[in-house]
Design a protein around this ligand. Structure first.
Ligand code: SAH
Ligand code: AVI
Length: 313
């Protein structure tokens, strides 16, 4: 973690990896975000899952569900219920970097689904997947919440290639993808989802500095930074930043003091927004193809079923 932090704070412009948001407090703040009026992503995805998953699971009859970046696994119940209704899977593998939060979610699901084997995996999706659980065939993988968007295109292809390397030819991946602004979603609505009136996203953003101060021994003064989020139409992505309201000098172990000028910003997250050609290209780069693409009625969000393409030998 310290190496990654040193690397990001030595760059110009400065950046931090969004995976550092998610200690238990950060994961809880994200949960709060998902309930905000402005954050349409979760509820739109939830209704798409309810509409399409029973049929897709009926066709696939998976024996296991592997959820990448599972978080609280709140929408997962829709998939698990569909599997139970089809007498399909009995194994659930939630995978996440946020260890304590993951184990709590796994414990809750064990209570709710006594017949289900729950095998949580603490892992970083930016590395090749090394599962300690052997997966049956077919297995269904899920990457929900548009979490793929927090990776740039090259990193998204790498991440999905790691997933593809773990998949058998009969497996499938269900992907949630937030879409670019269009007739049914203005840029202002998109930006409001990342800058809510109650300030929850601002607290989530600032949480990264608390995590760094505690975990790597930096001394960021939280009161010197404010939340900023904007949509970049050229790149097709939201960027979240922390902007310094005064000049500060921050202790970074192993790097010495790092100065942040007044008005200088640290980028903490990108959240890429997709269209069909972009997602086709990313999936193809990872040897996957779109089998189903379903959007909500105004085209805010897509639920995608991807199937493996043969791997080059
Ligand atoms: N899937 C849930 C949660 C999305 S929040 C939903 O749809 O609501 C993103 C989740 O991905 C968090 O739980 C976070 O801890 C996890 N995450 C972020 N970066 C990760 C990484 N590099 N490796 C594994 N998990 C990661
Ligand atoms: C987890 N991820 C897909 C969220 C997103 O929308 O990019 C994280 C988030 N950042 C700000 N609000 C929510």
């Amino acid at each position: 973690m310290l190496d990654e932090v040193r690397w990001g704070l030595s760059r110009d412009p400065k950046e931090l990896s969004p995976k550092f948001f998610y200690d238990t407090r950060g994961s809880r703040l994200f949960e709060e975000i998902t309930e905000l009026d402005e954050y349409y992503l979760t509820r739109t995805e939830r209704s798409l899952l309810r509409r399409w998953m029973p049929g897709w699971i009926g066709d696939l009859q998976p024996h296991a569900l592997v959820e990448l970046g599972a978080g609280s696994a709140s929408k997962t119940r829709i998939l698990l219920d569909a599997m139970r209704a089809q007498d399909a899977g009995t194994l659930f593998v939630p995978l996440d970097v946020s260890e304590e939060f993951l184990h709590d979610a796994a414990e809750r699901l064990r209570g709710e689904y006594p017949d289900l084997t729950v095998r949580p995996e603490v892992a970083d999706l930016t590395h090749p997947l090394e599962m300690s659980t052997e997966l049956p065939s077919p297995s269904l993988f899920a990457l929900l919440g548009s979490t793929l968007g927090n990776f740039d295109e090259a990193a998204a292809v790498r991440l999905l290639s790691h997933v593809r390397a773990t998949m058998g030819s009969a497996d499938a991946l269900v992907l949630g993808a937030d879409l670019r602004p269009g007739p049914g979603k203005s840029q202002a609505q998109l930006e409001a989802a990342y800058d809510d009136a109650a300030g929850v996203t601002a607290r989530f953003n600032l949480n990264i500095l608390r995590v760094l101060n505690r975990e790597v021994g930096t001394d960021f003064p939280l009161d010197a930074f404010r939340h900023d989020a904007f949509y970049d139409p050229e790149e097709g992505r939201i960027e979240m930043h922390l902007v310094a309201s005064r000049a500060v000098s921050v202790r970074v172990p192993g790097l010495g003091p790092v100065s942040v000028d007044e008005g200088e910003s640290i980028r903490t997250e990108i959240s890429c927004k997709y269209d069909r050609p972009t997602l086709d290209r990313i999936l193809d780069g990872a040897r996957l193809r779109v089998a189903r693409w379903e959007e909500d009625d105004v085209g805010r969000y897509a639920l995608v079923l991807a199937r493996p393409l043969p791997l080059d030998v």
